[in-house]
Design a protein. Structure first.
Length: 431
């Protein structure tokens, strides 16, 4: 605030206001000298042996009559000595000494403790986290942590507090997790899995891996079996042509596919070596054996049976099929309109009929020719195609055949003709 007192005077606060003072109004006794101060007001400079604001008090304490830790206090006619233990500055590290009767108390600054503030208070900064209790030590502090926490300042979560490691595993805390140090027979994050590989069951450098309830050995190519203890004679694929290799105790065995034989199945089997195909059939080897390509007129695995072509309706319309060994013939049925001229007739002027057995083989055809020669004396021309009887009717129920005959030329005896050749060459064609 602005100075309310005139120049040369000092404003001094009083209980009910202020007072402007200067040396003209201020008394200094015993030859004391007054000095004006614009800030603190007038002040007396006292001569020796006197003291007080106005040099009014005899200074009996001038020569320090009191002993150590005592303060000399002037009275009106003498002095008294007051005991002050704080005079020795007993509080260390800027501690504040407080006198309590004849004793003291040190108020220590932050970071210090003890009766005289001589002990470092390491716990002052509350270094223990998560409600840990701090204990000062001679050269530091110690935190007593709550459950689930550990570390120097209780800042690490104790994952091992719940004892997660089974089967006597040793738990070790890791950042954000835990690690179990398992005994040799156990494995897994919590030592919960049996380590079946602990006894090294895999031989011959096999690699052991644990499974759910046992172990598995990954063997090299030369070894097989659960423990890699059996030598694998099949590892270099000795069997050829798709054969299956079977490992034996001290060797291998090849199971050959169809069509191959030999120790390594390297030999192709010649199923045709024994000439199994009959009746001029052609043998062809195959992976599963052989098959026969039969000559015309024969069937069967080995061409052993005559093919009855008549059962598969080989002949055209208006003809009848006759089967024989290795072939068949078709006999045409003459229409009645063609039998009007030149036909043989008996004495009753009726068409001549003859009954013969079916032509099935060479013997049947010979018997047929014999019947013709014995029953008729026909004159036929060997240079013409129409040389054999005309089929009139076939009774399929009785198996009998009725023929009609005609002669086309003279001077040729039927017995001199090669009827078998004629029958086959002309397929028994009838006109």
């Amino acid at each position: 605030s602005s100075n309310v007192c005139p120049n040369g005077t000092a404003c001094v606060n009083k209980q009910l206001g202020y007072e402007c003072q200067d040396c003209s109004l201020y008394s200094c006794y015993h030859h004391g000298t007054c000095i004006d101060s614009p800030t603190s007001g007038p002040k007396c400079i006292c001569p020796k042996d006197w003291t007080g604001d106005h040099c009014e008090q005899r200074d009996f304490c001038r020569f320090d009559p009191c002993g150590p830790l005592q303060l000399c206090k002037n009275t009106e006619h003498a002095y008294i000595c007051d005991y002050h233990p704080c005079l020795s500055s007993p509080c260390h590290n800027n501690g504040t000494c407080v006198e309590i009767r004849s004793d003291i108390r040190c108020d220590c600054p932050r970071g210090w403790m003890g009766e005289l503030c001589q002990v470092r208070d390491y716990c002052a900064s509350s270094p223990c986290d998560h409600n840990g209790t701090c204990v000062n030590l001679a050269d530091g502090f110690k935190c007593t942590c709550q459950p689930d926490w550990l570390g120097r300042t209780c800042s690490i979560f104790d994952y091992c507090y719940s004892k997660p490691c089974l089967n006597d595993g040793v738990c070790a805390n890791r950042p954000d997790t835990y690690q179990c140090l398992c005994h040799q027979q156990w494995m897994g994050k919590s030592c919960e899995l049996r380590n079946y590989c602990s006894e090294m069951p895999c031989e011959n450098r096999g690699i052991c891996t644990n499974t759910n309830s046992t172990y598995n050995c990954l063997c090299s190519n030369e070894w097989i079996s659960q423990n890699c203890s059996v030598y694998n004679y099949c590892f270099n694929n000795p069997c050829t042509n798709g054969a299956t290799c079977i490992n034996m105790q001290s060797d291998f065995n090849c199971t050959c596919p169809l069509g191959y034989t030999g120790r390594h199945c390297e030999i192709a089997i010649d199923y045709c070596a024994s000439s199994p195909c009959q009746n001029n059939g052609t043998c062809v080897n195959s992976p599963y054996g052989y098959f026969c390509t039969c000559a015309a007129g024969y069937v069967g695995h080995n061409c052993e049976r005559d093919l009855d072509e008549c059962k598969i309706d080989m002949c055209p319309a208006r003809s009848t099929c006759f089967n024989y060994e290795g072939g068949y013939t078709c006999i045409w049925t003459a229409q009645r309109a063609r039998m009007k001229r030149g036909l043989l007739k008996n004495k009753d002027n009726a068409l001549l009929k003859v009954t013969i057995p079916s032509i099935k083989n060479k013997e049947s055809s010979e018997k047929f020719l014999s019947l013709l020669q014995n029953m008729f004396d026909l004159k036929v021309c060997s240079r013409k195609s129409t040389i054999i009887p005309v089929l009139y009717d076939v009774n399929h129920t009785s198996g009998k055949i009725d023929f009609l005959f005609k002669a086309l030329c003279e001077n040729e005896d039927v017995s001199k003709l090669d009827f078998e050749k004629t029958l086959r060459s002309y397929d028994l064609m009838i006109t």
